[in-house]
Design a protein around this ligand. Structure first.
Ligand code: NAD
Ligand code: UFG
Length: 337
């Protein structure tokens, strides 16, 4: 029996594939490489000592995807594949709806046809919008402000409807907070195309001299130092959360939803300081305007995942920064030669 990992060549999917292989799962990766590189597959093999089956397929192509279900005995699906750039989603909403929702519909149809019962979905803290209370618990109100976030909320709603209608399904909705860090080996990590949107890859590119300074988006938020606060979580901790979620699904829980965060918030300036300490590099920054759509603070209450999954983040901010730096300094151009 195999786990189908969609988007397994991507940042979180590659780290999760390694944890799954190390736990003894058979892994089948499907990725169209629209935001990743084939070399990741070699690195997964190098790090795990195992070769996951790989299909270079666009998941929205149902005919091609059906081959994957015919050729493998798929027991569970972890669905990472999605477009994820918030700004791009505002200018290209159709691409986001057809890719993120279209791919999920294809998977649902094939799950039904091939009797696959277990599904783990990559959701995001973005579905909490601007939270009314902190830390954020799973039953907080949900709202979104951009097409990317809306695709996550729509898929969550679809999953709730589908599970209501079919009690034999088991679904884990995992709401990630802010993943950073990289595998301890420095062989896999986050490799965004072009100028990064997210803060950690931006900081690491400043540290290697590819960008001159960090723009700190606003220092007039209602936070201790005025900069935005987020719950940064090590990508390997996040990956382990998926292994725990699969274990949970084997108990037939129906639909379950968990925050995957550390529960601790760090401001932009605290993150910059932690990174400087970990890397020995001074990070130049300039305070600029707030970025439209940003919120002041966002951090998880992760106790539900701890109680029900037996999962808790192990790594702190220092290790997150050390590991992001190891990846970037050993691979200044990411996966590109
Ligand atoms: P990523 O871009 O590194 O990985 C996604 C992978 O999916 C890429 O390898 C891409 O090539 C592939 N893909 C996209 N559309 C596809 C399609 N139609 N067919 C086949 N492959 C396709 O992103 P990531 O950071 O690893 O994110 C994984 C998931 O987690 C996404 O669903 C994302 O929305 C979600 N998420 C990410 C973050 C974050 O900050 N990284 C936060 C919350 C949620
Ligand atoms: N920031 C800067 N400068 C930058 C980039 C970011 O100051 O160049 C600040 C932001 O204002 C924010 C913090 O750093 O305060 C984190 O910003 P990111 O862009 O790294 O992350 P976000 O919290 O905005 O969003 C990310 C993903 C979303 C996801 C969300 C919750 O991009 O898709 O985490 O998981 F929904």
């Amino acid at each position: 029996m195999a786990v189908l990992v969609t988007g397994g060549a991507g940042y979180i999917g590659s780290h999760t594939s390694i944890e799954l292989l190390e736990e003894g799962y058979d892994v089948v990766i499907v990725d169209n490489l629209c935001n990743s590189d084939k070399i990741v597959l070699e690195r997964i093999k190098e790090l795990s000592g195992k070769t996951p089956k790989f299909y270079e397929i666009d998941i929205t192509d149902k005919e091609k995807m059906e081959v994957v279900f015919k050729e493998n005995e798929i027991d569970s699906i972890i669905h990472f594949a999605a477009l994820k750039a918030v700004g791009e989603s505002v200018s290209m909403p159709m691409e986001y709806y057809s890719n993120n929702i279209g791919s999920t519909l294809v998977l649902f149809e094939l799950m039904k046809k091939y009797n696959v019962k277990n599904f783990v979905f990559s959701s995001s803290a973005t579905v909490y919008g601007d939270p009314e209370t902190l830390p954020i618990v799973e039953d907080s109100s949900l709202s979104v402000t951009n097409p990317y976030g809306r695709t996550k909320l729509i898929v969550e709603d679809m999953l709730r409807d589908i599970c209501f209608a079919d009690k034999s399904l088991n679904v884990a909705i995992l709401r990630y907070f802010n993943p950073i860090g990289a595998h301890k080996s420095g062989r896999i990590g986050e490799d965004p195309n072009g100028i990064p949107n997210n803060i950690m890859p931006y900081i690491t590119k400043v540290a290697v001299g590819q960008l001159p300074y960090l723009n700190v988006f606003g220092d007039d938020y209602d936070t201790a130092d005025g900069t935005g606060i987020r719950d940064y979580i090590h990508v390997v901790d996040l990956a382990n959360g998926h292994v725990k979620a699969l274990e949970k699904l084997s108990e037939n829980p129906g639909l379950v939803t968990y925050n995957l965060g550390t529960g601790k918030g760090y401001s932009v300036l605290q993150l910059v300081n932690a990174f400087s300490k970990a890397s020995g590099k001074e990070i130049q920054y300039k305070i600029t305007e707030r970025r439209p759509g940003d919120i002041a603070a966002c951090y998880a209450d992760p106790t539900k995942a701890e109680k029900e999954l037996g999962w808790k983040a192990k790594y702190g901010i220092d290790e997150m920064c050390e590991d992001s730096w190891r990846w970037q300094s050993q691979n200044p151009n990411g996966y590109k030669k």
